[in-house]
Design a protein around this ligand. Sequence first.
Ligand code: PEP
Ligand code: MG
Length: 757
Amino acid sequence: MIDTLRKIVLAVSEADDLEQALSLIVHEVRRAMVTDVCTVYLTDRASGRLVFRANEGLNPGKIGEFSLGRDEGLVGWVAARGEMLNLDDASAHPSFQLVPGLGEENFTSFMGAPIIHQRDLLGVLVVQQAESRRFSDDEEAFLITISAQLAGIIAHAEASGLADLTEDSPGGIRRIVGVAGSPGIGIGEGVFVSPTADLAAVPSRRAENRKAELRAFRAALARVRDDIEIVSDNLREELSPEDHALFGVYLNILDDSTLGGEVASLIKSGEWAQGALSQVLLKHIRHFERMDHSYLRERAVDVRDLGTRVLTYLQDDAQSRRDWPDNTILVAEEITASALGEVPRENLVGVVSLRGSGNSHAAIVARGMGVPAVMGAADLPYNRLESKTLVIDGDNGRVYINPPQDALARFQRLRDDDLALTRELVVLRDEPSQTVDGHSVPLWVNTGLAADLPTALECGAEGVGLYRTEVAFLLRDKFPSEEEQRQMYREQLEAFAPMPVTMRSLDIGGDKSLPYFPIEEDNPFLGWRGVRVTLDHPEIFLAQIRAMLKANEGLGNLRILLPMISSVDEVEESLALIRRCHDEVLAEGYSETFPPVGAMIEVPSAVWLTAAMARRLDFLSVGSNDLTQYLLAVDRTNPRVADMYHGLHPAVLGALAKICRDASAASCPVSICGELAGDPRVTPLLLAMGFDQLSMNAGSLPRVKKVVQSIAVDDAADALAKLPQLNSVQEVVVMLDDLIRRRGLERYIRSSQGRPE
Ligand code: PEP
Ligand code: MG
């Protein structure tokens, strides 16, 4: 079973188009199950009919020609019910229908399994046999397993790699569905950045200068040879002569007479060096992997290892001479904060990540930078995007490949309207954030990158509610020293003084892993994260707090915020360390006063400890991003469950209201700095709950201010009063949209209206 699946996955990954992939699938399934017939029917998106798309054993002339409705025949029965059907005599079933010319009359037994991907019926997989017999339980289990696996393969093949990207697809525009990451529309050229040294992720590209590519390849090869020879020499004494001879074999693989020569000739025919290396090596790796003999199969590992070494040198070389197009849309399997930092800001118009979701930290950094982003676009044919025009819709999580001219023009108009609205709202910058009846709601800003500073300063924020210190740590190759940190923090504090700046102590773990301090865990969001790490490593925490305190000298606008607090003990331990730092800094001659210290409420246990925290601390700040993931048990970075991740879930809103009540009873100020604070639709509710500040990305602030200025406290109180009666996200959205409409504020809420389909 596993072997058959492995072969199918390999074969499909090599297929040039969907038809070829499906033919390989029916061939392998028929062979593995030893049946007379195997067929794949696929749902046609436009008509909803089940099309006879691939077959072995029946009339091949009917492929692509013949189709069935959802209620027609046995295949329709399987599709309509989404259930498997196993019959020893197909013709005896009431739904049986003989299709003339298909050649089914010779086959008596029938077994069909639905192919379902994320609740969507993609098609039906059928096997048939001449002999009359019920397929065994084992065979049923096999077909179900294969069809469940095929669902993912077919969904991916349909949506991406195997469709022709050079032409508009007949059904309309080529669109890939992902998850909204950072709002706005980006139009530009896709540039794929491969994860370092992954042969499978190298795109095919025309060589601009064949001779230079060939030289680069030979140079990389020579460096790998040198490396291997050094290892070989070092091990000469320790290995038997036979084992040692393996190094000779290893070196030969790269010879001109073997793989090296093949790569060179592909480069000479016009492919760039990385592409040629990847194509030749992957072909040989697959060849070895398909072999039944385990010794030979293992050789695939050697070839992959060698290829990866050569690729590393080629990529090092290419990275140092990279030219970014003016309108770069950065595409990566997993966008990291450091990848975002590599592209000059003026060249970057959009970001697409195959993994992650809108609440991954890369998306948050993109929002901070004001760059549209789509996350979780798993079906994007990333290695075939080179020099294609991409449009990304960061509000709705869609990527469009080579859209036709009229659609492109519509996207350009939407982008321009968006920019015009942003410009229009600039006038609000110096206006107070006050409701029509005079209630003030201070709007603060979230920062993290040095590049954020100008936008953060210009948006009219009254303070910084969250400075994510870890972003600067993520962009380095080692921990910054205390003095380096002091300088960074000083820059932030000075830029905003006398406005308050809330600096969060290092919040790593989860999806934020430092390259020089890797944390490998099965459940990183439930593991060693935030304050848990820094309390276990007081030397890191102490250096950071001392740097903050020193940076605050003479300014006095620092506030310290503790992330991932889940117990009162953690608060007390942290406070003790902060007091110790304060004493040390005073002893060094600084005149620093003790700053306000607060904790993030972002873990369910902290919600229940709000009152206890409030008694010990100067302020609290709700991290709605994490609170949502922990309350709803939905990983914030997993695109598969992104639909279930919702800050407007009644349980999340109930928790926010409780935090505000408990904090207010203890007279402790409470703010919110998760992404929810930047959603203008939610502003009335947050205001009514009694948050003392809302802290958000600079890009969201003007829209939120517009909403604050357009509503009355009574509107907000009304919305909050309705909350206990609402049981779903949908009901909450309807209620909030209604308020937004009544106040004529639809323009300021980002939506999917006007997008070409
Ligand atoms: C949060 O969890 O809401 C938050 C603001 O912190 P981060 O997104 O950095 O985890
Ligand atoms: Mg958090």
